[in-house]
Design a protein around this ligand. Sequence first.
Ligand code: 4G0
Length: 182
Amino acid sequence: MKFDVLTLFPEMFAILNQSIIGRAIEKNRIEINCINIRDFSKDKHKKVDDTPYGGGAGMVMKADVIYDAYQSIPDKKAKVIYMSPQGKKLNQFKVEELAKQEHLILLCGHYEGIDQRVIDKIVDEEISIGDYVLTGGEIPAMVLIDTVSRYQEGVIAKESIEEESFRNRTIRISTIYKARSI
Ligand code: 4G0
């Protein structure tokens, strides 16, 4: 499985070269390719942020720079996921579904987010790792990569997934959540 990550901080992803995910990369079970969004800034100061189109507080990441970074990825069939606190919450069921994909593109936002026009144009799904705000989408992208990578052939022992203990637990937890209407 291939992950292309659109980020302003590609160095952060070096953490994934450790441990089980590091071994999965070495064994070519997964590939993680980081694309530095800043490389696509046409500005001489390599500016990537802008005031929001149509108004609003704070700064957003420039639409054209994100779009050009996305266009540098040749595969147009890959699902584009935007890591955002406003997205659909990630759970083990969603992870299993994403693990079936060949190629995912993960878009990591900063500042107050990304210009809505580019989200509407390129993003297939908006995903959140939980109801809290972080300074960027990089840690959420790493969480998604880690959890989806566990499902790739040869990354962890099959029994660990097939034992179903965690999935059963997930089902129980989601049932409790439903009962409490969280
Ligand atoms: C988009 C994801 C991205 C919008 C990203 C912030 C938490 C998560 C970011 C914003 C993130 C999560 C509107 C503040 C970057 N924080 N829970 N920060 N806004 O998955």
